[in-house]
Design a protein around this ligand. Structure first.
Ligand SMILES: C[S@@+](CC[C@H](N)C(=O)[O-])C[C@H]1O[C@@H](n2cnc3c(N)ncnc32)[C@H](O)[C@@H]1O
Length: 243
């Protein structure tokens, strides 16, 4: 089974990344919606939505919103709260979910760059393009690869809810590898993450191949300027440029 299918479907992923919560989602969604000022009839897709923390904030603002994710456990959790303006489905982002349907597609918190083959990266972006209406907007929030490389912490111990997560990171083949080891209730666990260190130039090349025009590049959740050395995030706002 690919690492991303196993790890993101596990309760331990949600424990380790518990800080990436509703409050953070509320801030980013609020900043993005204020920035775009979408038409009240705009339809949104939160692509790789996890438990739906961003999708729920968009729907709370009155927009018809869909959230899709590969993790069935996350989608179950997303559906466990009231679903007003909201639809959640298990779906692989490489495939087209609904063609020509969305005014905005958001892909947030580094929910990309997982595949072994760049063909799958291109396939995903082609699917996003097909899912957008003409002139639709795509927002992709990725880590700033340069900062990840230069500020890599190779060993770390994080104690959360009585579990000691031992985290080791290294870089090879333009990817960051993270190994996560811990014990829980007498059992040993080991998971990994492998994420491509895509830079702004990589995204420019992918977008050119798949029909997107970059409109803005931001470097943090307050939508400040992107600085290759200092920014925490690489947030790309692009427009579907073919139809
Ligand atoms: C880092 S998490 C972020 C989740 C969510 N966007 C958030 O901010 O809470 C990445 C998500 O991507 C999902 N994912 C990984 N590969 C996927 C795929 N091929 N299609 C759809 N979702 C996928 C995982 O299941 C996981 O929920």
């Amino acid at each position: 089974m690919p690492w991303y299918k196993e790890w993101f479907n596990s309760p331990y992923y949600h424990k380790l990344y518990g800080g990436r919560d509703k409050t953070e989602a509320e801030q980013l969604v609020s900043n993005l919606l204020d920035f775009f000022n979408p038409d009240s009839k705009a339809v949104f897709l939160d692509l790789a939505c996890g438990k739906g923390r961003h999708a729920r904030q968009i729907a709370n603002r009155g927009f018809v919103t869909y959230g899709v994710d590969l993790s069935s456990e996350s989608i179950l959790a997303a559906r466990s709260e009231p679903l007003i303006n909201l639809t959640f489905d298990v779906h692989d982002m490489r495939q087209v979910y609904k063609a020509n349907t969305f005014d905005y597609i958001f892909n947030l918190f580094t929910s990309f760059g997982y595949f072994d083959s760049e063909n799958d990266t291109i396939l995903t972006l082609n699917s996003v393009n097909s899912e957008l209406k003409s002139q639709g907007i795509f927002v992709q929030d990725y880590f700033n690869a340069n900062k990840v490389i230069h500020q890599l912490v190779p060993h770390e111990l994080k104690s959360i809810d009585g579990i000691d997560f031992e985290i080791e990171k290294h870089i090879a083949d333009k990817r960051v590898y993270k190994s996560i080891k811990f014990k829980d209730q007498g059992y040993d666990y080991r998971f990994c993450e492998q994420v491509s260190l895509y830079t702004l130039d990589d995204f420019k090349s992918f977008y050119k191949q798949t029909g997107f025009e970059i409109l803005h590049v931001f470097g943090d959740y307050n939508l400040g300027h992107f600085n290759e050395l200092e920014s925490d995030r690489l947030i790309l706002v692009s427009k579907k440029s073919n139809s």
